[in-house]
Design a protein around this ligand. Sequence first.
Ligand code: NAD
Ligand code: IPM
Ligand code: MN
Length: 356
Amino acid sequence: MTQRIAVIPGDGIGKEVMPEGLRALEAAAARFGIDLTLEHFDFACCDYYAEHGQMLPDDWFEQLKDVDAIFYGAVGWPDTVPDHISLWGSLLQFRRRFDQYVNLRPCKLLPGIKSPLADRKPGDIDFYVVRENTEGEYSSVGGKMFEGTDREVVIQETVMSRHGVDRVLKFAYELAQSRPRKKLTSATKSNGIAITMPWWDERVKAMGANYPDVAVDQFHIDILTANFVMHPDWFDVVVASNLFGDILSDLGPACTGTIGVAPSANINPDGSFPSLFEPVHGSAPDIAGKGIANPIGQIWSAAMMLDHLGQPEAAQAIVDAFEAVLAEGDKSVLTPDVGGNGSTETLGRAIAKRIG
Ligand code: NAD
Ligand code: IPM
Ligand code: MN
């Protein structure tokens, strides 16, 4: 039976790393005899907006709702479309309408990459950020009054529901329970954000009663960011609200040398809608068009997608391949962010070749 994959490159380096993500995906599919049908979509990018005045066609939900997974590059081109319009018109719609309430973001120091933190080696940094992905600080509740006058008022509410928070906490506890260290860290700010965050802490505690074998701690987000830098080895699974998780999932990979390698899985765990796989990074206008973006974030996202589609061996083959190519350290192959003078394509091809 074929698995339908919606392919959406997006903007900027999204268009450059996507071919390498597909190259790895197709190499793994061929090696493991997986039947994939790639369906290419030209929407959810700023070029589409330029032509149509919106990021998505009116029937996008119908077009995508029955695919088995969505493979996305990166979206956003702030020179032509304001970011809140392009992002709320595409990626954030997908996450909400397909109820992808878990954003799972591994953070791992890979072989051959130098961490900017002193004396860190592979094994020292190896954790997951589990980010709430459909509500929280990313709410559309709010508005403006007296716009343009000196009485201007701007309000945006944080929305946390028991349903929404408990389900992502459950996922995080289960992930922690499945790992050898069985450790969960909660990102909070209950000293300053005095309504939602003390309540978040209560929900973390209540859910913990179901997982007595998981050790739980919590840090306020300010010192938590400091501890990511000073003690990344403390962390195993970190669960966070939408905004805190966003920040932590750039900071974590930065501690592993580059955000260019970081993948993410926007998961609808009950499978009623497709899940979406994309690198953590954005469209990187500063390097777009130069062919030097690191494709590993996209390639690792392909591995997470295969894992989600019930193909763990193929997923592992991709991870093994990029780890081997990084460990080899051939500068002519690696991209500049990891110390090389190669290109997106040289690195992508080397990884695909290694997959077999
Ligand atoms: P960004 O992630 O695009 O870039 C941040 C920095 O990291 C830049 O210096 C960039 O060159 C570097 N970088 C990113 N990916 C890299 C890679 N693969 N290899 C090497 N270097 C890499 O973040 P930004 O500059 O804040 O945002 C640019 C645009 O992307 C904005 O429109 C933003 O809204 C959008 N964005 C989209 C997503 C997404 O689609 N999921 C995520 C983040 C940002
Ligand atoms: C990410 C991105 C998005 C987010 C933006 C582009 C809306 O930063 O996927 O991390 O904040 O979720
Ligand atoms: Mn982000």
